[in-house]
Design a protein around this ligand. Structure first.
Ligand code: OGA
Ligand code: NI
Length: 321
């Protein structure tokens, strides 16, 4: 995709937004939230949200299952490796080729699922892979997936309002979403030359936006205009929301998909759960605001997603007969 020129932003910290009015659809109180969202998306690309209404038990359940999953013997995890799946579902081992490119290795292992849809002409439709050794993982992940989709709707409404668009502007495009739920585990690392080994190297996310839960350790950092890495320290009861590449494109760069990375400097295992909100794969995106800033082609969501995934994740290598 041709990205609009990235706006490099100067910010000292990540704002905290009260999402309550949006989540409750409280029209009287919504204007202040929408204004905070506009500021955060334009000036930072990242925000914390509080009052999101995601039930704590669903969260605690998936965190416990994630820890169980990553503690399974390597061979159990490898039995559901992404490289066995043509549709990028399953386990990503430590040091998979990620955003670090030629520069180094990541120190993150992951587990990804998406909606299960029948195989068809879109190469990312298909089944998930689930570890036989941990059947309870499936329920926990689907409960959490459902909670994340429920939360994504009011946030999309907030983004539309923050852009001065009709509140339902993003609803139809996100009807059959390609959203991805990914569990992450970062073992503690010795911090040496940061470009060589890192939790996850500097990158921008690929979808519309991301809803991230992080544990109480810390380690997520966001890059500002001065080139400083600004910490996103954990705040209990919040999620971190970040604008991703498709919304940056959709808004012609008004909303920022901001570079971020993870370094686990804390000597303990770190866990996070990312929900990458994607539109339906057939969605055709072209900039809907600030069109006077340059001229841009449109992007087909599924094509862009496939390109991103092929670049960042391992894929099944065709076996010769
Ligand atoms: C990601 C990501 C941050 C974290 O998965 O894209 O940036 O804290 N994760 O794990
Ligand atoms: Ni990310």
């Amino acid at each position: 995709m041709i990205m609009p020129a990235a706006r490099i932003l100067d910010f000292p910290e990540i704002p905290v937004v009260d999402a309550g009015p949006l989540v409750r659809d409280d029209k009287a109180a919504m204007a202040a939230t929408v204004e905070q969202i506009a500021r955060a998306c334009e000036d930072v690309g990242f925000m914390y949200i509080r009052n999101h209404d995601v039930p704590r038990p669903a969260l605690e359940h998936i965190v416990a299952e994630a820890k169980r999953f990553f503690s399974l013997p390597a061979q159990e995890k490898k039995s559901v490796a992404v490289e066995n799946s043509p549709q990028f579902r399953g386990y990503l081992p430590l040091e998979y080729t990620g955003n670090e490119g030629e520069k180094g290795k990541n120190l993150q292992e992951g587990f990804m699922v998406m909606h299960e849809r029948p195989l068809d002409s879109f190469p990312m439709h298909g089944p998930n892979q689930w570890p036989a050794a941990l059947p309870s993982l499936r329920t926990a992940m689907w409960d959490y997936f459902t909670a994340m989709e429920k939360l994504a709707s009011p946030l999309l409404r907030g983004f539309a309002l923050a852009l001065g668009l009709d509140r339902g502007f993003f609803d139809e495009s996100h009807q059959n979403p390609m959203s991805v739920l990914k569990l992450n585990h970062y073992p503690p690392q010795e911090v040496m030359d940061e470009t060589e080994i890192i939790g996850v190297g500097g990158h921008c996310d690929g979808g519309s936006f991301t809803i991230l839960w992080q544990d109480s350790l810390g380690g997520l950092e966001v890059r500002n205009k001065s080139g400083d890495w600004v910490g996103v320290p954990p705040i209990d009861g919040t999620f971190v929301i970040n604008i991703a590449n498709l919304l940056q494109f959709w808004t012609n760069g008004r909303f920022s998909s901001t570079e971020h990375r993870v370094i686990n400097r804390y000597g303990k295992d770190r866990y996070s759960i990312a929900f990458f909100v994607y539109p339906g794969h057939k969605t055709v995106i072209s900039p809907v605001v600030d069109q006077s800033r340059g001229k841009f082609d449109s992007v087909i969501c599924g094509e862009d997603m496939l390109k991103y995934f092929r670049r960042v994740y391992p894929q099944r290598v065709a076996q010769s007969a």
